[in-house]
Design a protein around this ligand. Structure first.
Ligand code: BGC
Length: 374
């Protein structure tokens, strides 16, 4: 009798382990990749890879700019919608004034004052493209180049590789950048960046996805509820260069330490939010922000290894972009970005964490955008 119980127990444990292993395999296999040619750029084919998981979530990535072209997720009522801004066709991304929709940003994300910085007593000039400053890597940043793309084994990841040449856009050193986008079974997009250089350089990589979690039902993000786990931010001057100070958010419109509607204080910030928050956490991958859109019930959490996050409320969207998805007019404050990063202008700010990368070192950054409903 006792023997039987033990035998049954062993059988039960074995079966459970077997079922668990099967479920892991199934959830992995359920993610598929569909490549499709969508155009060409500088004589090279542009391919869109669509990752789909078992829940029906879809993520689109193109090898031009490593751009996230779509994120289709479920709302509370079970319907699917695309929460990213973008265009109907690839050509849309080539239009003048495309504000970095969904793109990988580098070599230096955010602003460098007058594009000037010094490494080991040598002054470098990054290409200027924004009010006399250098923004998001200069005139032709990582968002405007073709990356070498391939599907990684397991079908849930796309790897993108770009070699940025010594001197490109005013940055020293041949820099090899590898970015891996993974769609997980639990509706997260993981972005892992690594890079190495053959000369000391500066580096700050991010992704510039714009989210409207209502998937187009709401023309602004005022009702989105945002939390940023940061007690401080870095105030900026008139051309959006940090003053160097780290200022407490408490009691100011910049305070998102507990969830707050974006519309609540946005009018108190001239133009809207376009600032870097100093995250409370230390180096490891931690949740640093979340956004909730009450009508759809969509909830986005952001985790990162980075020390800062730029919350930009789409202040410069002005309804003039053409070929947009479904012809939607992207007006001011239609969508928001949460760009995980090192602080703007760090190479000129001795008080900010360093953005120097030396030969022999490996740059790492990981960011996870996870979608759910509540
Ligand atoms: C910057 C904005 C800029 C926008 C470009 C954001 O990361 O902070 O100032 O206008 O990118 O679309």
């Amino acid at each position: 009798m006792k023997k039987n119980i033990v035998a049954n127990l062993i059988m039960f444990v074995l079966l459970s382990v077997f079922h668990f292993a099967c479920s892991l395999v199934t959830s992995k296999q359920a993610i598929s990749v569909t490549p499709q040619n969508v155009g060409s750029f500088e004589g090279k084919l542009v391919t869109e890879y669509t990752l789909t998981n078992a829940n029906g979530m879809q993520v689109g990535i193109i090898n031009y700019g490593g751009i996230l072209t779509k994120i289709i997720t479920q709302a509370k009522d079970g319907s699917y919608g695309d929460v990213l801004t973008g265009y109907e066709n690839f050509d849309g991304y080539l239009q003048k004034g495309n504000p970095y929709f969904g793109a990988l940003i580098g070599r230096y994300a955010n602003r460098l004052a007058k594009g000037t910085y010094t490494i080991d007593s040598v002054e470098y000039k990054a290409a200027l493209n924004n009010n006399g400053q250098s923004l998001h890597g200069g005139v032709k940043g990582f968002d405007k180049v073709i990356w070498e793309a391939r599907t990684l084994p397991g079908d849930s990841s796309i790897q993108l590789v770009y070699l940025s040449k010594d001197g490109e856009e005013g940055y020293p050193g041949n820099l090899k950048v590898v970015v891996v986008y993974t769609l997980t079974a639990n509706n997260a997009i993981k972005i892992e960046y690594t890079a190495s250089t053959d000369k000391t350089t500066v580096i700050n990589l991010t992704n510039h996805a714009y989210f409207n979690l209502s998937a187009g039902s709401s023309p602004t993000i005022y009702d989105h509820v945002l939390e940023i786990k940061a007690d401080k931010y870095t105030p900026v001057d008139s051309v959006l260069i940090p003053t160097g100070a780290l200022v407490e958010v408490k009691g100011t419109p910049m305070d998102f330490t507990s969830p707050k509607k974006i519309g609540k204080d946005i009018n108190k910030v001239p133009g809207g939010y376009d600032h870097n928050w100093v995250l409370n956490k230390t180096d490891s991958l931690k949740e640093v922000a979340n956004v909730y859109e009450p009508n759809s019930g969509r909830y986005l959490t952001v985790a990162t290894t980075e020390p800062g996050i730029q919350f930009y409320s789409g202040n410069f969207l002005d309804g003039t972009l053409t070929g947009t998805k479904k012809g939607v007019v992207y007006n001011k404050h239609y969508a928001l970005t949460l760009e995980t990063q090192h602080f703007p202008d760090s190479p000129n700010q001795p008080g900010f964490p360093s953005t120097i990368l030396k030969p022999g070192e490996t740059y790492h950054q990981t960011t996870v955008y996870r979608f759910s409903t509540k």
